[in-house]
Design a protein around this ligand. Structure first.
Ligand SMILES: Nc1ncnc2c1ncn2[C@@H]1O[C@H](COP(=O)(O)OP(=O)(O)OP(=O)(O)O)[C@@H](O)[C@H]1O
Ligand code: SF4
Ligand SMILES: [Mg+2]
Length: 470
């Protein structure tokens, strides 16, 4: 693919070791009335050109704030310390004008919700072309041609037609692919994708991930893929970093972290993930508890309150992120570029460990007393609620109208009015054909079936016209 566009603009200088983004000891603190909130603590990593790094972690672990700090998108009151070097250039602390020259050109970000990234009042074509024109001195025609080319790359069907449409006319998956097209518009060196597939169904997720990979191939950019989906990470990235309570607690190749984790939290995350290659009947082993409040972090290891391996030292001293050699931590920290690093005082104890060795399965059909008791309590609550509902329903439903009594059981026996023979006087008023004074009387249908005479009280006397017995 060679275009007029391609030969202009991006003058990125390759670093000697091909590292495009180097983040060192990056910390972010938000001031608040309740005290400072350390959202990100000493995060360090490096990404090579063309490499894909996954960042995983629970909600609130600081994944997005780390990326927003790198992109210069945090509010002014956020205190950002440490360094992020893009192709050797420090980008933390740049003013608005300087960072806007970098953002979108050398580093681009894809956010979770494409609707908030796209402007509803401009067409798709206009918005992609605008991203091109912001950093390139090309004509509108060339920018629009580039927009068309980008839509084709990310796999949007009928791209010429889509160029003229507005965001609301596209599906969620298409919108996310448009955002990917905008991100790759200027052949950036790094693309940060923050949960790009969340809230999309599995088929559309696959299309978006495919578009991301194509963006990576076309631009040669490094990809930082933030997600809570370990399945996505396993299939899409080369290395993975696990974040917990604002810091990276384990980092390594996908194989190292997935098959030989050296930090109990990473092992626990894997144990809580359903596996297609697992045995039928295998139980998940969730990590009990919740992450600590960032305002009130425990003194030692942040994972200690939830860690089945926690010992005294864990509550006193926060473990450093150390390189793992032969299953044991070395004295030196890793270089953030290769190798396996973990932050755990007892990471060597995890050699050969499985999630089930540390964390308990909590399905209802295990021996876990707590969970069975909980289920029983829940069941009895449901039963009570059901009873209560039945009671209310009985009271609310109006009583059925009383059924007409069988006149044969009337006491005293019915007598007949001389003027209206249809209604037995003194009777309950049911007026049924079964009402008889006595069997065989002239006013009674011998067959027991109603006579028309009954139905025609104006007739003064017998013969019983139309009676079945006549
Ligand atoms: N602008 C802000 N002001 C104050 N606190 C913030 C701000 N932005 C984020 N935080 C806090 O920083 C912490 C980390 O948030 P962050 O958005 O990075 O989490 P995350 O790992 O991306 O979670 P998720 O998976 O839910 O997106 C959270 O406790 C959050 O409340
Ligand atoms: S340092 Fe201690 S509490 Fe923290 S993960 Fe390791 S064993 Fe668990
Ligand atoms: Mg986030």
């Amino acid at each position: 693919m060679t275009t007029e566009y391609e030969n202009k603009g991006n003058t990125a200088v390759a670093d000697t070791d091909d590292v495009v983004l180097e983040v060192s000891d990056l910390s972010v603190t938000f001031p608040s009335d309740d005290g400072p909130l350390p959202a990100v603590r000493q995060v360090s990593y490096k990404v090579r050109r063309g490499e894909a790094l996954g960042i995983v972690g629970e909600s609130g672990s600081g994944k997005s704030v780390t990326s927003m700090a790198i992109m210069g998108l945090l509010p002014r009151n956020a205190r950002v310390e440490g360094s992020a070097r893009l192709l050797g250039q420090e980008i933390i602390g740049l003013d608005d004008k300087q960072i806007s020259q970098v953002r979108g050109q050398r580093i681009a970000m894809i956010f979770q919700d494409p609707l908030t990234s796209l402007n509803p009042v401009y067409t798709i074509g206009y918005q992609i072309a605008e991203a091109v024109l912001a950093h390139r001195k090309v004509s509108k025609k060339v920018a629009m041609a580039r927009a068309l080319e980008l839509l084709e790359i990310v796999g949007i069907p009928s791209p010429e037609q889509r160029l003229r449409q507005y965001p609301h006319e596209l599906s969620g998956g298409m919108r996310q692919r448009v955002v990917i097209a905008i991100a790759m518009a200027n052949d950036p060196d790094v693309i940060i994708a923050d949960e790009p597939t969340t809230a999309l169904d599995v088929t559309v997720q696959a299309q978006v991930l495919d578009a991301l990979q194509r963006a990576r191939q076309e631009t040669g950019a490094a990809l930082v893929l933030i997600t809570h989906d370990l399945g996505v990470v396993a299939g899409q990235v080369d290395r993975v970093g696990v974040m917990y309570a604002g810091r990276i607690v384990e980092m390594g190749s996908v194989e190292e972290v997935f098959y030989r984790p050296r930090m109990p939290y990473a092992l626990g995350l894997l144990g809580s993930l359903p596996r297609l290659d697992g045995d039928r009947g295998d139980r998940l082993t969730p990590i009990l508890g919740t992450p600590p409040s960032l305002r009130d972090l425990p003194g030692g290891c942040g994972f200690a309150p939830r860690c089945p391996m926690a010992r005294e030292r864990c509550h006193e001293e926060e473990p450093r992120l150390l390189a793992i050699e032969n299953g044991s931590p070395e004295r030196e920290t890793g270089d953030g570029l290769s190798g396996h690093t973990a932050a755990c005082h007892f990471s060597e104890d995890l050699v050969g460990a499985e999630a089930g060795d540390l964390f308990r399965a909590t399905s209802v059909d295990t021996e876990s007393v707590g969970s069975v008791a909980e289920v029983e309590a829940a069941e009895s609550q449901v039963a009570e609620a059901r009873e209560g509902y039945r009671g209310r329903r009985t009271r609310r439903v109006p009583a059925r109208p009383p059924t007409r009594p069988d006149p044969r059981s009337c006491s005293p026996p019915p007598t007949w009015s001389s003027t209206s023979r249809s209604v037995p006087r003194g009777c309950c008023g049911a007026g049924s054909a079964r009402c008889r004074r006595s069997p065989g009387s002239p006013w009674t249908c011998a067959s027991g079936r109603p006579s028309r005479w009954w139905a025609s009280p104006a007739a003064a006397s017998p013969p019983r016209r139309g009676c079945c017995s006549t």
